[in-house]
Design a protein around this ligand. Structure first.
Ligand code: PMP
Length: 400
C-alpha cells in the first residue's frame, strides 16, 4: 500500500498517563502531569480567567480572524509583561512580537526565524537535560542542536562551571537557549551571580540569548522576579529572543496562548523583521486562534483583573512551595538519612528527586506512583491528601 513504508514510532510521552489510568489502586498518584492541580487533585480554571470569559461573552465579541501576528492588544500586553513597563527597547519601539500557538509555537517560530535569517552560527545550545521537545523542535526547524552541561547529578545542583565552560567553547555567535526560570526538568536555576557570569560570557562570545519563558510568575509567585534574569540580559544590552507561554501562569493550557518576540536595534529594523515574521507564519497556519488571546488580553488590560490574576498565580506557586516543604518534612519525619534539601531549593512545577530509574519503577509497581524515569516529579501532583503517602513510598524505595 501507499503507506507500507511507515513504521510505528514510539509513543510521544512514555505511557505514564495510560498506566496511571489503568491502575485500580485508589491511592494512585500521577506525578508525571505537566499541568497544575488544586489541593484535591483537580484541574484549576483561574477565577480571573472565568471573569474574563464572562466579559468577552457579555461584550458579544465576534469570531473574525486576527491578523497574522495575532490580537494586537494581547501581544502589546504580553511584551509589557515579559520585558516590564520600564523596558527601554519597548519604549524605543524596537521589539517585534507575534502571537504564537503557546510556548511550543513560539519556540518553533523562533527556530524557523533563526534558521532562515540568523547570520551567525546556526547552532543552538540547549541545557543537558532540557525539556525534551527542545531538541526535536529546533532540529525540525533546521538548526543544529548541541548541549551545554547544566545538571550536576552527584550534587543534585547546577553544574555552573561546566555550563560556563561549554558556553565559552561554543563557536563565536552561537545561539544559547536559556530557561528564563524554573528550569524544566530539574527545577534548578542559576543564582543572580551566576546569571551575571552567563550574561557576561554570552556577550564576550557574541552569542545570542534565546529565553524560553514558560513559567513567568508560576515559579516564585512574582512575575517580576521570574523575569529578572531575562530583563538583566536586556538591561545589559543583549538583543534577546523570548518565547512566552500562558499555559501555566494563566492555566490556559489547551487555549494555546503564547508569544514570540525579538529585540532589534531600531524601529526600522523592527519593521523589516515584523514583515518577515508574517511571511514566515502565513504559510504555516495563516493566523493564530483568538479565544485564549482575548482572555489573556482581557486580564492584562484591566488593572482589576490583573491584580486578581497576580493573586491567583501566587496562590498556585505558594501551594507548590508548601507541598515541597511538606514532602521534605515528611521524609525527615520518617527518618530518611538522605539530604532532601534540593526538594525545597528547586522551583517551579517539578522536583528532580535524584531517584534512580529502578526506584521510579518500584514507586509505580509497588505504590502506584507514576513519574518519569529521570526521577522528575510534578509537585502539582501532590496534595494534602497524598503527600504523606508519597513520602513514605519514596522513603521505602530509597532506604531498602
Ligand atoms: N518550554 C518549557 C520549558 C516547558 O516546560 C513547556 C511546557 N511544558 C513549554 C515550553 C511549552 O508549553 P506550551 O506549548 O504548552 O506553552
Amino acid at each position: 500500500s501507499t503507506w507500507s513504508n511507515v513504521v510505528e514510532g514510539p509513543p510521544a510521552i512514555l505511557g505514564i498517563t495510560e498506566a496511571f489510568k489503568a491502575d485500580k489502586n485508589p491511592k494512585k498518584v500521577n506525578v508525571g502531569v505537566g499541568a497544575y492541580r488544586d489541593d484535591s487533585g483537580k484541574p484549576y480554571v483561574l477565577p480571573s480567567v472565568r471573569a474574563a470569559e464572562k466579559n468577552i461573552f457579555a461584550r458579544g465579541a465576534d469570531k473574525e480572524y486576527a491578523g497574522i501576528t495575532g490580537v494586537p492588544a494581547f501581544t502589546k500586553a504580553a511584551a509589557t509583561l515579559a520585558y516590564g513597563p520600564e523596558s527601554a527597547p519597548l519604549k524605543d519601539g524596537r521589539v517585534c512580537i507575534t502571537q504564537s500557538i503557546s510556548g511550543t509555537g513560539a519556540l518553533r517560530i523562533g527556530g524557523e526565524f533563526f534558521s532562515k535569517f540568523y547570520p551567525g552560527e546556526k547552532t543552538i545550545y540547549i541545557p543537558a537535560p532540557s525539556w525534551p521537545n527542545h531538541k526535536v523542535l529546533f532540529t525540525n526547524a533546521g538548526l543544529n542542536v548541541k548541549e551545554y552541561r547544566y545538571y550536576d547529578k552527584t550534587g543534585i545542583k547546577l553544574d555552573a562551571a561546566g555550563m560556563l565552560e561549554d558556553i565559552k567553547n561554543a563557536p563565536q555567535g552561537s545561539i544559547i537557549l536559556l530557561h528564563a526560570c524554573a528550569h524544566n526538568p530539574t527545577g534548578i536555576d542559576p543564582t543572580a551571580q551566576q546569571w551575571d557570569d552567563i550574561s557576561k560570557l554570552v556577550k564576550e562570545k557574541g552569542h545570542f540569548a534565546f529565553f524560553d519563558m514558560a513559567y513567568q510568575g508560576f515559579a516564585s509567585g512574582d512575575i517580576n522576579k521570574d523575569a529578572a534574569a531575562m530583563r538583566k540580559f536586556v538591561a545589559e544590552g543583549h538583543n534577546v529572543a523570548v518565547a512566552q507561554s500562558f499555559a501555566k501562569n494563566m492555566g490556559l493550557y489547551g487555549e494555546r496562548v503564547g508569544a514570540f518576540s525579538l529585540i532589534t536595534d531600531s524601529p526600522a529594523e523592527k519593521k523589516a523583521l515584523d514583515s518577515q515574521l508574517k511571511i514566515l507564519i502565513r504559510p504555516m497556519y495563516s493566523n493564530p486562534p483568538i479565544n485564549g488571546a482575548l482572555i489573556a488580553s482581557e486580564i492584562l488590560n484591566s488593572s482589576e483583573l490583573t491584580n486578581q490574576w497576580l493573586g491567583e498565580v501566587k496562590g498556585m506557586a505558594d501551594r507548590i512551595i508548601v507541598m515541597r516543604d511538606s514532602l521534605k518534612g515528611n521524609l525527615e519525619k520518617l527518618g530518611s538519612q538522605r539530604d532532601w534539601s534540593h526538594i525545597t531549593s528547586q522551583i517551579g512545577m517539578f522536583t528532580y528527586t535524584g531517584l534512580t530509574p529502578e526506584q521510579v519503577g518500584r514507586l509505580a509497581q509497588e505504590f502506584s506512583i507514576y513519574g518519569t524515569k529521570d526521577g522528575r516529579m510534578s509537585v502539582s501532583g501532590f496534595n494534602s491528601g497524598n503527600v504523606e503517602y508519597v513520602a513514605e513510598a519514596i522513603h521505602k524505595v530509597t532506604s531498602s
